[in-house]
Design a protein around this ligand. Structure first.
Ligand SMILES: *Cc1c(COP(=O)(O)O)cnc(C)c1O
Length: 283
């Protein structure tokens, strides 16, 4: 954890502490590891030998499941959205090299992937598997992410993270001490539905949602995995100033949002923000 030294933040009276959760484990970075932890324990306790999960062709989550399976002795099946494209892209090639079996669902079936019919069909093909939802976000993932705030030794008022499926935000907010709040930055366009997703994840994990978080919907820079000249310039400048390579999909948008909100006077002066670097650029 280290504080950013930056005159733009000083002018806004905002202190930003960077929480390098991307460094917890190079092959299982940050939130992907936290979301898997209690799922792996549950899979083992329930006697499953195979993990099955879902993702797009560039899914960080499928990479993490593949790594975890190899490391902790589970077979893994990755259900990928869309058609197979050969040669495999670097994400899927990595997952496959970890021993993950890849299978593909057309977009229409993929949309129905969590329905009993599609799950039954997958079970017929792949046998009894421990099923982890897309992005790894379920009640056990929330529990894993809720451990992070307690590990931060420094004082802070607001904890910030990027929001893809919402499991990380749901967990961080659940793990906060009273008086602190969580701010998620949606990396998708038109992501108002995430409010319900986070509430539902918290309901599943805690019995009821907490009211100590919100989601910024205005810093998606065009949509999921989309980028702009402005975002690329921010990421390059941040690397130059602070030596930290943010990824343009998640953590780049998070920090760009924090700086933008600070410069717009959105935060009260003197506020201390803990910005969680949830993962790293895919290498
Ligand atoms: C997957 C991912 C996220 C999104 O987390 P959710 O729990 O799905 O909201 C954020 N940051 C990074 C680096 C990721 O890889």
């Amino acid at each position: 954890m280290h504080e950013l030294r930056d005159e733009r933040l000083d002018r806004a009276g905002v202190r930003v502490l960077l929480v390098r959760d991307d460094l917890v484990d190079t092959a299982l970075p940050g939130n992907k590891w936290r979301k898997l932890k209690y799922n792996l324990l549950a899979a083992r306790e329930q006697g499953f030998g195979t993990l099955l999960s879902f993702g797009g062709a560039y899914s960080n989550h499928l990479r993490a499941v593949a790594t975890a399976g190899r490391r902790y002795g589970f077979r893994t099946v990755g259900v990928v959205r869309g058609e197979e494209h050969l040669p495999l892209n670097p994400s899927l090639a990595y997952a496959s090299a970890q021993g993950m079996t890849l299978t593909y669902l057309d977009r229409d079936t993929y949309r129905r992937k969590h329905t009993p019919q599609v799950l039954a069909e997958l079970a017929r093909t792949w046998g009894d598997c421990y099923v982890i939802p897309e992005g790894g976000s379920n009640a056990l993932a929330v529990r894993g992410c809720a451990e992070l705030p307690g590990e931060i030794a420094e004082d802070f008022d607001v904890i910030c993270c990027p929001v893809g499926t919402g499991g990380t935000l749901a967990g961080l907010a659940a793990g906060l001490a009273p008086g602190r709040t969580a701010l998620g930055v949606a990396v998708l366009k038109g992501a108002g539905f995430l409010l319900d997703e986070v509430r539902e994840l918290q309901r599943q994990a805690l019995g009821m949602p907490t009211d100590n978080w919100r989601i910024d919907l205005d810093h998606h820079y065009g949509g999921y995995a989309k980028r702009t000249v402005e975002l690329d310039a921010f990421v390059a400048d941040f690397h130059h100033r602070h030596g930290v390579a943010l990824d343009p999909v998640y953590t780049g948008k998070l920090l760009a949002a924090v700086y933008d909100l600070a410069e717009q006077g959105h935060f009260p002066p003197g506020i201390r923000i803990a910005a969680v670097v949830t993962g790293s650029a895919v290498r």
